[in-house]
Design a protein around this ligand. Structure first.
Ligand SMILES: C[S@@+](CC[C@H](N)C(=O)[O-])C[C@H]1O[C@@H](n2cnc3c(N)ncnc32)[C@H](O)[C@@H]1O
Length: 220
């Protein structure tokens, strides 16, 4: 389950200021470290592995066989490539303004249901994640664990929220022997070039504040 991040720069001074992979692939300067898969901290490794094994043995797979096979094929390709570069080609990350920060924009038409990428970051017990952290993905069934992409992740952590009926991206939980993952597919209509990729964070996320309507909000 443990995967390490891929850093393409040995220049520690540069890496402190911004991540070279985000800069190279998307042209943005961010201190967020690029990770192409889940990262498990050594202190959590044994605990998470045990909890995962117990959970995985006792849980029936969800979703259709066909969908699970597609998702498994994606993770097989990703893990043998050792990088998610192949799933970075159809999107870019753009600054949308002070209120929202960055968002992910399609650089070409993306067909309906195409696999986009998955949500990379730290796999952590919820107890280790600060309540202030707004960049986590809580796992519905593997309760008490989340993927924390506050300081480390891939482009998926820059996707913003829209209400379910206005989304063009769907998030799925995928449970495999190697661990839990969140995978994103394009919606039924696909994503048009220039559109922002939006999925629903769920109502709970917005209990304390109101989301903006981002369907048409592009750049400042
Ligand atoms: C996971 S981050 C998404 C990427 C973020 N825009 C950034 O620049 O890092 C989640 C945060 O993005 C902003 N955000 C996402 N969707 C939004 C929406 N519909 N309206 C307002 N803010 C939104 C909120 O600040 C939220 O806490």
């Amino acid at each position: 389950m443990e995967k390490t991040q891929s850093m393409e720069c040995n220049d520690q001074e540069t890496a402190k200021r911004y991540d070279p992979t985000f800069k190279k692939r998307f042209g943005i300067r961010t201190p967020i470290l690029y990770a192409w898969d889940l990262v498990v901290e050594p202190k959590n490794k044994v605990r998470i592995q045990r909890a995962w094994r117990r959970f995985y043995k006792s849980t029936e797979p969800t979703g259709s066989k066909r969908r699970r096979a597609r998702f498994e094929a994606f993770f097989n390709r990703l893990h043998s490539a050792g990088d998610d570069l192949a799933w970075c080609q159809k999107v870019t990350i753009s600054y949308l303004g002070r209120k929202v920060g960055y968002g992910v924009i399609a650089t070409e038409d993306i067909p309906p249901n195409e696999i986009l990428n998955h949500y990379a970051g730290y796999l952590r017990p919820d107890a280790d994640i600060s309540a202030e952290n707004d960049s986590t993905f809580a796992l519905d069934d593997f309760k008490n664990y989340s993927i924390d992409a506050m300081h480390q992740g891939n482009w998926a952590r820059f996707m913003n929220h829209a209400p379910e009926e206005e989304t063009n991206v769907t998030a799925w939980e995928h449970y495999a022997e190697f661990g839990p993952r969140i995978i994103f597919t394009a919606g039924k209509k696909g994503v048009k070039k220039g559109e922002q990729l939006l999925y629903s964070y769920g109502e709970d996320y917005w209990e304390a504040r109101k989301p903006l309507n981002l369907l048409k909000a592009l750049r400042k």
